[in-house]
Design a protein around this ligand. Sequence first.
Ligand code: 9MR
Length: 338
Amino acid sequence: MVPLRLAAAVGLGLLLGGCAAEDEGDPILPPKDAAAPPRLARPLGAAVSARPAREDRDYLRAFASNFTSMTPENEMKWAIVHPDRDRYAFGEADALVDLGRGLGKRVRGHTLVWDLQLPKWVSERDWEAPELRRVLVDHVKTVASHFRGRVAQWDVVNEPFLPSGRLKKNVFSRVLGPGYIALAFRAARSADPRAKLFLNENYSEHPGPKQDALVRLAASLRRRGVPLDGVGLQSHTTAESAPGAARLARTMRRFARLGLDVEITELDVALARGASLGPQARAYGAAARACAAEPRCTGLTVWGVTDRWSWIGADKRPLPLDGRGRPKPALGALKDAF
Ligand code: 9MR
């Protein structure tokens, strides 16, 4: 696939009388100077974005050399892959998946159904239930089929809950009721029977109403035979409020006891201005130790590659590699635990 697409891109570049532009959907070439990633007991992943992967060699090298799993950070979201009702656009997602698989990485798909990064044609229309049901199922099936065999796991439904533990009122729950969740999982399973299907949620690592609601939903989906394989704990946190290993282990056990896998899917640990790196490394280490000690924890992913491109801002220095891709103490803590 890569060589064909590459040939097409180069061919077009030659036709236009120049070299191939680094453009949307063009292949992202693997770095030549990457080290072999470490051999670890569990997949250690990073969220990767196409733009820095194209523009910043430090970022790409840091990803290739240190991680064994990739989650496209934005490129598989509804607004990007399905911008108009009658048009799918997989170029950037394909470029990332090809890059990841070419480097031998596991790929997590993120995300099929979420109330953010939704195009207006979905979020701003007054739907009748049968029509929105068709749209949802078509979207999930088309995207999951497109990546069938290339994506190991899907975050099928992302962030369904409010902090109170009530379901968010989004376009799907308003029109279809809470049943939109089971509908999405069934559609994903029928499109890609081999991919592990996850329910992904934020701020549920600490005990509280949101964690309880997530456990109740997971248990009820299992009981009803809905194809749910695992729960993703995002784990966006700060050095001061990060959960310790024991607390995380207890959280993971609640899901494991239901017969589910669990993953840490979006870990980052923001720092206050001037804060030292030690507490951050301890927070990363605690998360990785909890995962390594839980037989049902199938991996840990950090949300970004280098501090420079983090979604919360480079000034928060939240990732295990600095702005230029040099390892911070947090990276050692992750690798030691794994
Ligand atoms: O990191 C992503 C950022 O680039 C996007 O602008 C943002 C849009 O909402 O989404 C970020 O990723 C989110 C992820 O998809 C779901 N969990 C929370 C993440 C951080 O906001």
